[in-house]
Design a protein around this ligand. Structure first.
Ligand SMILES: [Ca+2]
Ligand SMILES: [Ca+2]
Ligand SMILES: [Ca+2]
Length: 180
């Protein structure tokens, strides 16, 4: 459907008063596409780096992301989770390497069982746990997108070496409310 058709439809249903106002609203939507560094993938004004070759402990992974002026991925919504796990799955489907697990930025190191995003200690408002996880088996405090779980979430030992995903927002282009 073309933009004009969408705007006409919205007006017919009384959702906007004029077609012109529709175009004004659409013009305000950020367009960050194409602004991620080479090798990073884009989703809703965030850039993601899948470190699928490198393996690191959770802390090393976090430091590595920092050298890229990024953090371990913070997955705030179902849409973002679907994007990330879909990309991870395709990464391994296309070249038939064995599946890797990926560290993400969630941890319960501070208080056992209280899962937070390490960047600001905020509680997880979305989770994508595998059915039997988190199980805290022998004190597991860091979260993986688990290769054996087809990239559903699993808690594991923070010292384990795994692949990881870095994320950085393009919020300076679009305002803080629009980080994906
Ligand atoms: Ca995010
Ligand atoms: Ca734990
Ligand atoms: Ca576990």
């Amino acid at each position: 459907m073309k933009a004009l058709d969408i705007c006409n439809t919205l007006m017919i249903f009384g959702l906007i008063s004029t077609v012109a106002s529709c175009f004004e609203t659409r013009a305000q939507e950020p367009n960050c596409e194409g602004l991620c560094p080479d090798g990073w993938v884009y989703f809703r004004c965030s850039c993601y780096l899948f470190m699928d070759i490198m393996k690191a402990s959770w802390t090393e992974a976090e430091h590595h992301c920092e050298t890229h002026k990024a953090t371990l991925v913070i997955i705030e919504t179902n849409a973002e989770n679907l994007f990330v796990i879909d990309f991870a799955r395709r990464l391994y489907k296309t070249d038939r390497r064995p599946t890797n697990s990926f560290w993400i930025g969630a941890t319960d190191t501070v208080t056992e069982g209280l899962w937070t995003w390490y960047t600001d200690d905020s509680p997880l408002n979305f989770t994508g746990w595998a059915p039997t996880e988190p199980d805290n088996k022998v004190d597991q405090d860091c979260v993986l997108l688990g290769g054996p779980y087809n990239y559903l979430w699993d808690d594991d030992h923070c010292s384990l070496t795994a692949s990881f995903i870095c994320e950085k927002g393009l919020s300076y282009l679009s305002g803080p409310d629009l980080i994906g």
